[in-house]
Write a protein that binds this ligand. Structure first.
Ligand SMILES: NC(=O)c1ccc[n+]([C@@H]2O[C@H](COP(=O)([O-])OP(=O)(O)OC[C@H]3O[C@@H](n4cnc5c(N)ncnc54)[C@H](O)[C@@H]3O)[C@@H](O)[C@H]2O)c1
Length: 340
Protein backbone atom coordinates (compact mmCIF):
# COMPACT_ATOMS: atom_id res chain seq x y z
CA UNK A 1 0.00 0.00 0.00
CA UNK A 2 1.34 3.45 -0.96
CA UNK A 3 -0.40 6.23 0.96
CA UNK A 4 -0.25 9.89 0.04
CA UNK A 5 -0.69 11.98 3.20
CA UNK A 6 -1.18 15.69 2.60
CA UNK A 7 -0.31 17.98 5.49
CA UNK A 8 1.84 15.04 6.64
CA UNK A 9 4.47 17.22 8.30
CA UNK A 10 1.82 18.83 10.52
CA UNK A 11 0.59 17.98 13.99
CA UNK A 12 -2.07 15.34 13.48
CA UNK A 13 -1.05 14.06 10.05
CA UNK A 14 2.51 13.21 11.13
CA UNK A 15 0.87 10.88 13.67
CA UNK A 16 -1.16 9.36 10.84
CA UNK A 17 2.05 8.74 8.88
CA UNK A 18 3.69 7.14 11.91
CA UNK A 19 0.70 4.90 12.68
CA UNK A 20 0.45 3.77 9.06
CA UNK A 21 4.13 2.91 8.74
CA UNK A 22 4.47 1.25 12.14
CA UNK A 23 1.44 -0.92 11.42
CA UNK A 24 2.85 -2.65 8.35
CA UNK A 25 6.29 -3.03 6.77
CA UNK A 26 4.65 -3.23 3.33
CA UNK A 27 3.33 0.32 3.57
CA UNK A 28 5.07 3.30 1.98
CA UNK A 29 4.10 6.94 2.43
CA UNK A 30 4.38 10.05 0.31
CA UNK A 31 4.20 13.13 2.51
CA UNK A 32 3.11 16.33 0.79
CA UNK A 33 3.36 19.50 2.84
CA UNK A 34 4.12 23.16 2.23
CA UNK A 35 7.57 23.00 3.81
CA UNK A 36 8.41 19.48 2.67
CA UNK A 37 10.76 17.48 4.90
CA UNK A 38 10.30 19.47 8.08
CA UNK A 39 12.95 18.65 10.70
CA UNK A 40 10.57 17.88 13.59
CA UNK A 41 8.31 15.72 11.43
CA UNK A 42 11.27 13.85 9.93
CA UNK A 43 12.53 13.08 13.45
CA UNK A 44 9.07 11.91 14.51
CA UNK A 45 8.88 9.33 11.72
CA UNK A 46 12.62 8.60 11.62
CA UNK A 47 12.32 4.81 12.22
CA UNK A 48 10.46 4.61 8.91
CA UNK A 49 12.52 7.14 6.92
CA UNK A 50 13.42 4.60 4.23
CA UNK A 51 9.73 4.16 3.39
CA UNK A 52 8.87 7.85 3.03
CA UNK A 53 9.08 10.19 0.03
CA UNK A 54 8.74 13.89 0.83
CA UNK A 55 7.24 16.51 -1.46
CA UNK A 56 7.42 20.19 -0.57
CA UNK A 57 4.90 22.58 -2.07
CA UNK A 58 1.38 23.86 -2.22
CA UNK A 59 -1.54 21.48 -2.59
CA UNK A 60 -3.06 23.95 -5.06
CA UNK A 61 -0.12 23.64 -7.41
CA UNK A 62 -0.76 21.01 -10.09
CA UNK A 63 2.93 20.22 -10.57
CA UNK A 64 3.36 19.63 -6.82
CA UNK A 65 0.43 17.23 -6.76
CA UNK A 66 1.73 15.51 -9.88
CA UNK A 67 5.07 14.94 -8.21
CA UNK A 68 3.34 13.35 -5.21
CA UNK A 69 1.88 10.76 -7.58
CA UNK A 70 5.19 10.12 -9.34
CA UNK A 71 6.87 7.70 -6.90
CA UNK A 72 4.72 4.73 -7.85
CA UNK A 73 1.04 3.83 -7.82
CA UNK A 74 -0.80 5.61 -5.00
CA UNK A 75 -3.35 3.22 -3.53
CA UNK A 76 -4.67 5.43 -0.71
CA UNK A 77 -4.90 9.15 0.01
CA UNK A 78 -5.37 10.89 3.37
CA UNK A 79 -6.00 14.53 2.67
CA UNK A 80 -5.30 16.61 5.79
CA UNK A 81 -3.53 19.72 4.43
CA UNK A 82 -5.60 22.61 5.67
CA UNK A 83 -5.62 26.16 6.85
CA UNK A 84 -7.05 25.83 10.38
CA UNK A 85 -9.28 28.24 12.27
CA UNK A 86 -7.98 31.58 13.50
CA UNK A 87 -10.14 34.68 13.44
CA UNK A 88 -7.21 36.94 12.62
CA UNK A 89 -6.59 34.99 9.40
CA UNK A 90 -10.30 35.15 8.56
CA UNK A 91 -10.27 38.94 8.80
CA UNK A 92 -7.05 39.22 6.84
CA UNK A 93 -8.15 37.05 3.92
CA UNK A 94 -11.43 35.09 4.24
CA UNK A 95 -11.12 33.71 0.72
CA UNK A 96 -7.88 31.94 1.55
CA UNK A 97 -9.86 29.35 3.54
CA UNK A 98 -11.90 28.46 0.46
CA UNK A 99 -8.86 28.56 -1.74
CA UNK A 100 -6.69 26.21 0.33
CA UNK A 101 -9.36 24.00 1.88
CA UNK A 102 -11.80 23.67 -1.03
CA UNK A 103 -9.81 24.37 -4.19
CA UNK A 104 -6.84 22.45 -2.79
CA UNK A 105 -9.15 19.46 -2.25
CA UNK A 106 -10.45 19.72 -5.82
CA UNK A 107 -6.90 19.84 -7.17
CA UNK A 108 -6.04 16.66 -5.30
CA UNK A 109 -9.25 14.83 -6.21
CA UNK A 110 -8.74 15.72 -9.87
CA UNK A 111 -5.40 13.94 -9.84
CA UNK A 112 -6.58 11.10 -7.59
CA UNK A 113 -9.49 10.19 -9.84
CA UNK A 114 -7.06 9.52 -12.69
CA UNK A 115 -5.00 7.16 -10.53
CA UNK A 116 -6.01 3.69 -11.68
CA UNK A 117 -4.84 1.96 -8.50
CA UNK A 118 -6.67 4.21 -6.04
CA UNK A 119 -8.54 2.14 -3.45
CA UNK A 120 -9.65 4.71 -0.87
CA UNK A 121 -9.57 8.49 -0.40
CA UNK A 122 -9.97 9.78 3.15
CA UNK A 123 -10.88 13.43 3.50
CA UNK A 124 -9.91 14.80 6.91
CA UNK A 125 -12.61 17.10 8.23
CA UNK A 126 -13.44 18.43 11.65
CA UNK A 127 -16.16 18.39 14.28
CA UNK A 128 -16.20 22.14 13.63
CA UNK A 129 -18.87 21.32 11.01
CA UNK A 130 -21.36 20.54 13.81
CA UNK A 131 -21.01 24.20 14.76
CA UNK A 132 -23.27 25.71 17.40
CA UNK A 133 -26.42 23.95 18.68
CA UNK A 134 -29.43 24.32 16.34
CA UNK A 135 -32.90 22.72 16.19
CA UNK A 136 -32.43 18.98 16.33
CA UNK A 137 -28.99 19.02 17.98
CA UNK A 138 -28.96 15.98 20.29
CA UNK A 139 -28.02 16.14 23.95
CA UNK A 140 -26.32 12.72 23.71
CA UNK A 141 -23.07 12.20 21.79
CA UNK A 142 -23.03 14.05 18.48
CA UNK A 143 -23.62 11.59 15.59
CA UNK A 144 -22.13 11.89 12.10
CA UNK A 145 -25.56 12.62 10.65
CA UNK A 146 -25.60 16.17 12.04
CA UNK A 147 -27.31 18.58 12.23
CA UNK A 148 -24.65 20.88 10.81
CA UNK A 149 -24.01 24.54 11.44
CA UNK A 150 -21.07 26.38 9.93
CA UNK A 151 -20.10 29.42 11.96
CA UNK A 152 -16.63 30.32 10.66
CA UNK A 153 -14.74 30.24 7.36
CA UNK A 154 -12.86 27.16 8.57
CA UNK A 155 -16.07 25.17 9.19
CA UNK A 156 -17.65 26.49 6.00
CA UNK A 157 -14.67 25.46 3.92
CA UNK A 158 -14.28 22.05 5.61
CA UNK A 159 -17.94 21.21 5.02
CA UNK A 160 -17.81 22.44 1.43
CA UNK A 161 -14.73 20.28 0.84
CA UNK A 162 -16.53 17.30 2.40
CA UNK A 163 -19.40 17.71 -0.05
CA UNK A 164 -17.00 18.12 -2.96
CA UNK A 165 -15.19 14.93 -1.95
CA UNK A 166 -18.49 13.08 -1.59
CA UNK A 167 -19.59 14.21 -5.06
CA UNK A 168 -16.30 13.14 -6.64
CA UNK A 169 -16.86 9.73 -5.09
CA UNK A 170 -20.31 9.48 -6.67
CA UNK A 171 -19.30 10.85 -10.06
CA UNK A 172 -16.16 8.80 -10.52
CA UNK A 173 -16.90 5.67 -8.47
CA UNK A 174 -14.24 6.39 -5.84
CA UNK A 175 -14.28 5.03 -2.29
CA UNK A 176 -14.34 8.41 -0.53
CA UNK A 177 -14.63 8.46 3.26
CA UNK A 178 -14.79 11.56 5.47
CA UNK A 179 -13.45 11.69 9.02
CA UNK A 180 -14.16 14.32 11.66
CA UNK A 181 -11.87 14.74 14.66
CA UNK A 182 -12.82 16.25 18.00
CA UNK A 183 -10.30 18.30 20.04
CA UNK A 184 -6.86 16.86 19.45
CA UNK A 185 -3.84 17.20 21.74
CA UNK A 186 -0.64 15.17 21.94
CA UNK A 187 2.67 14.43 20.29
CA UNK A 188 3.74 16.90 17.58
CA UNK A 189 1.33 19.63 18.64
CA UNK A 190 3.03 22.84 17.60
CA UNK A 191 2.42 26.02 15.69
CA UNK A 192 2.68 25.78 11.92
CA UNK A 193 1.99 28.43 9.32
CA UNK A 194 -1.49 26.89 9.11
CA UNK A 195 -2.24 26.48 12.84
CA UNK A 196 -1.75 28.72 15.85
CA UNK A 197 -4.28 27.83 18.59
CA UNK A 198 -2.91 25.34 21.12
CA UNK A 199 -4.94 22.77 23.09
CA UNK A 200 -5.47 22.95 26.86
CA UNK A 201 -3.24 19.88 27.21
CA UNK A 202 -0.35 21.73 25.56
CA UNK A 203 -0.63 24.49 28.16
CA UNK A 204 -0.87 21.90 30.94
CA UNK A 205 2.35 20.23 29.84
CA UNK A 206 4.07 23.60 29.49
CA UNK A 207 3.04 24.69 33.00
CA UNK A 208 4.25 21.35 34.38
CA UNK A 209 7.64 21.78 32.67
CA UNK A 210 7.97 25.19 34.29
CA UNK A 211 6.93 23.74 37.67
CA UNK A 212 4.17 26.30 38.14
CA UNK A 213 0.36 26.16 38.25
CA UNK A 214 -1.65 26.39 35.04
CA UNK A 215 -3.72 29.58 34.93
CA UNK A 216 -7.35 29.01 33.93
CA UNK A 217 -10.50 31.11 34.15
CA UNK A 218 -13.18 30.25 36.70
CA UNK A 219 -15.54 29.22 33.87
CA UNK A 220 -13.01 26.72 32.55
CA UNK A 221 -13.42 24.66 35.73
CA UNK A 222 -17.04 23.97 34.80
CA UNK A 223 -16.35 23.37 31.09
CA UNK A 224 -15.36 20.27 29.14
CA UNK A 225 -15.38 18.63 25.75
CA UNK A 226 -14.21 15.62 23.74
CA UNK A 227 -10.43 15.35 23.80
CA UNK A 228 -8.27 12.79 22.07
CA UNK A 229 -4.53 12.33 21.62
CA UNK A 230 -3.00 12.65 18.16
CA UNK A 231 -1.62 9.14 18.60
CA UNK A 232 -5.15 7.74 18.91
CA UNK A 233 -6.27 9.78 15.92
CA UNK A 234 -3.36 8.46 13.88
CA UNK A 235 -4.25 4.89 14.75
CA UNK A 236 -7.91 5.54 14.01
CA UNK A 237 -7.21 6.88 10.54
CA UNK A 238 -4.85 3.98 9.83
CA UNK A 239 -7.55 1.51 10.94
CA UNK A 240 -10.07 3.15 8.65
CA UNK A 241 -7.69 3.06 5.71
CA UNK A 242 -7.13 -0.66 6.25
CA UNK A 243 -10.76 -1.61 6.96
CA UNK A 244 -11.88 -4.06 4.27
CA UNK A 245 -15.16 -2.21 3.90
CA UNK A 246 -16.43 1.12 5.21
CA UNK A 247 -20.17 0.86 5.65
CA UNK A 248 -20.50 4.62 6.09
CA UNK A 249 -19.22 7.66 4.24
CA UNK A 250 -18.48 9.72 7.38
CA UNK A 251 -16.87 8.77 10.71
CA UNK A 252 -16.17 10.64 13.92
CA UNK A 253 -12.76 9.94 15.43
CA UNK A 254 -13.08 11.10 19.01
CA UNK A 255 -13.10 10.02 22.65
CA UNK A 256 -16.81 9.27 22.41
CA UNK A 257 -17.57 10.65 25.85
CA UNK A 258 -17.77 14.09 27.42
CA UNK A 259 -14.76 14.83 29.60
CA UNK A 260 -14.96 17.65 32.11
CA UNK A 261 -11.91 19.87 32.47
CA UNK A 262 -11.62 18.62 36.03
CA UNK A 263 -11.33 15.07 34.66
CA UNK A 264 -8.72 16.24 32.18
CA UNK A 265 -6.69 17.88 34.96
CA UNK A 266 -6.99 14.73 37.11
CA UNK A 267 -5.92 12.50 34.24
CA UNK A 268 -2.87 14.68 33.72
CA UNK A 269 -2.08 14.79 37.43
CA UNK A 270 -1.86 11.00 37.50
CA UNK A 271 1.07 11.29 35.08
CA UNK A 272 2.44 14.55 36.50
CA UNK A 273 2.11 14.49 40.30
CA UNK A 274 2.20 17.97 41.75
CA UNK A 275 0.47 19.54 38.75
CA UNK A 276 -1.73 22.37 39.99
CA UNK A 277 -4.17 24.85 38.55
CA UNK A 278 -4.80 28.43 39.58
CA UNK A 279 -7.83 30.57 38.78
CA UNK A 280 -6.90 33.76 36.93
CA UNK A 281 -8.79 36.50 35.12
CA UNK A 282 -9.11 36.30 31.36
CA UNK A 283 -6.18 38.60 30.63
CA UNK A 284 -3.77 36.26 32.47
CA UNK A 285 -5.36 32.88 31.85
CA UNK A 286 -3.73 30.40 29.51
CA UNK A 287 -6.93 28.38 29.12
CA UNK A 288 -10.29 30.09 28.72
CA UNK A 289 -13.32 27.89 28.10
CA UNK A 290 -17.00 28.66 28.26
CA UNK A 291 -19.05 26.18 30.34
CA UNK A 292 -22.09 26.98 28.18
CA UNK A 293 -20.35 25.45 25.16
CA UNK A 294 -21.73 21.98 25.73
CA UNK A 295 -23.51 20.65 22.63
CA UNK A 296 -22.86 20.18 18.89
CA UNK A 297 -19.13 20.73 18.19
CA UNK A 298 -18.50 21.15 21.92
CA UNK A 299 -20.14 17.83 22.83
CA UNK A 300 -18.78 14.30 22.91
CA UNK A 301 -18.91 12.73 19.45
CA UNK A 302 -20.44 9.29 18.85
CA UNK A 303 -17.81 6.74 17.79
CA UNK A 304 -19.97 3.63 17.33
CA UNK A 305 -19.30 3.63 13.59
CA UNK A 306 -15.54 3.58 14.11
CA UNK A 307 -15.77 0.85 16.72
CA UNK A 308 -18.01 -1.34 14.57
CA UNK A 309 -16.27 -0.97 11.22
CA UNK A 310 -12.63 -0.87 12.31
CA UNK A 311 -12.43 -2.32 15.84
CA UNK A 312 -10.55 0.83 16.87
CA UNK A 313 -11.13 2.35 20.27
CA UNK A 314 -9.09 4.92 22.18
CA UNK A 315 -6.85 4.24 25.18
CA UNK A 316 -7.97 5.62 28.56
CA UNK A 317 -7.45 9.38 28.83
CA UNK A 318 -4.87 9.12 31.65
CA UNK A 319 -2.77 6.78 29.52
CA UNK A 320 -2.97 9.13 26.53
CA UNK A 321 -1.81 12.00 28.73
CA UNK A 322 1.04 9.95 30.22
CA UNK A 323 2.23 8.97 26.75
CA UNK A 324 2.13 12.59 25.60
CA UNK A 325 4.08 13.79 28.62
CA UNK A 326 6.59 10.95 28.22
CA UNK A 327 7.16 11.99 24.62
CA UNK A 328 7.63 15.67 25.51
CA UNK A 329 10.00 14.90 28.37
CA UNK A 330 12.52 13.33 25.99
CA UNK A 331 13.22 16.80 24.54
CA UNK A 332 11.01 19.27 26.43
CA UNK A 333 12.12 22.62 25.07
CA UNK A 334 11.77 21.53 21.45
CA UNK A 335 8.65 19.44 21.88
CA UNK A 336 6.66 21.85 24.01
CA UNK A 337 8.28 25.27 23.70
CA UNK A 338 7.14 28.33 25.56
CA UNK A 339 4.66 30.34 23.46
CA UNK A 340 5.11 34.10 22.96
N1 LIG B 1 -5.96 19.77 15.71
C1 LIG B 1 -7.25 19.51 15.89
O1 LIG B 1 -7.76 19.60 17.03
C2 LIG B 1 -8.12 19.11 14.72
C3 LIG B 1 -9.48 18.88 14.96
C4 LIG B 1 -10.29 18.53 13.92
C5 LIG B 1 -9.75 18.36 12.65
N2 LIG B 1 -8.44 18.59 12.41
C6 LIG B 1 -7.95 18.43 11.04
O2 LIG B 1 -6.71 17.73 11.05
C7 LIG B 1 -5.92 18.15 9.93
C8 LIG B 1 -4.54 18.55 10.41
O3 LIG B 1 -4.66 19.71 11.25
P1 LIG B 1 -3.58 20.06 12.36
O4 LIG B 1 -4.32 20.51 13.55
O5 LIG B 1 -2.63 18.94 12.48
O6 LIG B 1 -2.89 21.35 11.73
P2 LIG B 1 -1.41 21.56 11.17
O7 LIG B 1 -1.30 22.99 10.75
O8 LIG B 1 -0.38 21.06 12.12
O9 LIG B 1 -1.39 20.66 9.87
C9 LIG B 1 -1.81 21.12 8.62
C10 LIG B 1 -0.66 20.91 7.66
O10 LIG B 1 -1.12 21.28 6.37
C11 LIG B 1 -0.07 21.96 5.71
N3 LIG B 1 -0.65 22.85 4.71
C12 LIG B 1 -1.44 23.94 4.91
N4 LIG B 1 -1.75 24.52 3.76
C13 LIG B 1 -1.14 23.78 2.79
C14 LIG B 1 -1.09 23.89 1.37
N5 LIG B 1 -1.71 24.88 0.73
N6 LIG B 1 -0.38 22.97 0.69
C15 LIG B 1 0.27 21.98 1.35
N7 LIG B 1 0.26 21.82 2.68
C16 LIG B 1 -0.45 22.72 3.39
C17 LIG B 1 0.64 22.75 6.81
O11 LIG B 1 1.97 23.08 6.44
C18 LIG B 1 0.55 21.81 7.99
O12 LIG B 1 1.72 21.01 8.13
C19 LIG B 1 -6.69 19.28 9.25
O13 LIG B 1 -7.38 18.77 8.13
C20 LIG B 1 -7.66 19.74 10.32
O14 LIG B 1 -8.83 20.28 9.75
C21 LIG B 1 -7.60 18.96 13.43
Amino acid sequence: MRVLVTGGAGFVMSNVVRALLSGSTDTRAVVLDLGGRDEAAAEFVAPFAHRIDWVGGDIRDESVVERAFSFGEVTHVVHGATLTHFEGWEREDPGRFMDVNVMGTIRLLERARRSAGLERFVYVSSGAVYGEPVAGTPSGPQPETGPFDLPEMYAISKFAAEMVARRYGELFGLDVVRVRFSGVFGPMERRTGARCLMSAAYHMVRAHLERRPLRVTQGTLAAGGDFLSSEEVGEGVAALLRAPRCAHRAYNIAAGEFQSMKELFEAFRSAAPGFEIEVADESRAEVTMNPEDRLARWNAYAIDRMRQDTGWSPRPLAEQMARYLGWVEKDPERRCPQLD
